[in-house]
Design a protein around this ligand. Structure first.
Ligand SMILES: [Fe+2]
Length: 186
């Protein structure tokens, strides 16, 4: 599945603009980390786009999130490697598919982190990511009332799985999102 097909599929199953923007943010971050870790940026990017394909279908029943996706993806000819990654991003929340490959570990880690970083950028005087630095994200990170829906423990667990640090993951995600800020709601 190529990028155009993936984006078309995401839009077929998701109408809310914020959900499309989230898919694009996760795509850009996956591509960045693919390049950093020697993965295939096209594959990682498509997985990022598709990861929440069943989001709107399962909003009323969050336990089903990541569990309706496999059928949709198989119907559309998406390979099992991608499907496993999509399922593994819900590890410990709505699936018991443990992230194993680096692609799966990165997706698990950066999914919600993109939301925290975008929110941190939007509240800056510049309303931009271009001058958002690690230090200011770390301040927001420690403020539990800020982007309270973002589960810091999951992100920390993911960074450990990646054998990385939270600082490194935050810095990478900022760098990944800067070039696409216009597409993701800034
Ligand atoms: Fe997501």
């Amino acid at each position: 599945m190529n990028r155009d097909n993936a984006l078309e599929l995401v839009k077929k199953y998701n109408n809310d603009e914020s959900h499309i923007r989230h898919a694009l943010a996760v795509e850009a971050t996956m591509r960045y980390f693919a390049n950093k870790y020697g993965g295939d940026a096209d594959v990682w990017g498509v997985v990022g786009l598709l990861h929440d394909i069943d989001w709107e279908m399962t909003m009323a029943e969050p336990a089903k999130h990541c569990n309706v996706a496999p059928a949709i993806l198989r119907e559309n000819g998406v390979s099992e490697e991608y499907i496993r990654a999509v399922q593994a991003h819900g590890y410990g929340i709505c699936t018991d598919v443990k992230p194993e490959s680096m692609m799966e570990r990165v997706l698990f880690t950066i999914d919600e982190l993109t939301g925290l970083i975008i929110t941190a950028g939007l509240v800056r005087p510049s309303k931009s990511l271009q001058d958002l630095e690690l230090k200011s994200v770390k301040k927001k990170w420690k403020d539990k009332a800020f982007a309270r829906g973002v589960n810091r423990e999951i992100i920390e667990m993911g960074a450990t799985m990646m054998e990385s640090t939270i600082d490194e993951v935050i810095e990478g995600t900022i760098m990944a999102l800067r070039p696409v800020e216009k597409e993701i709601g800034f």
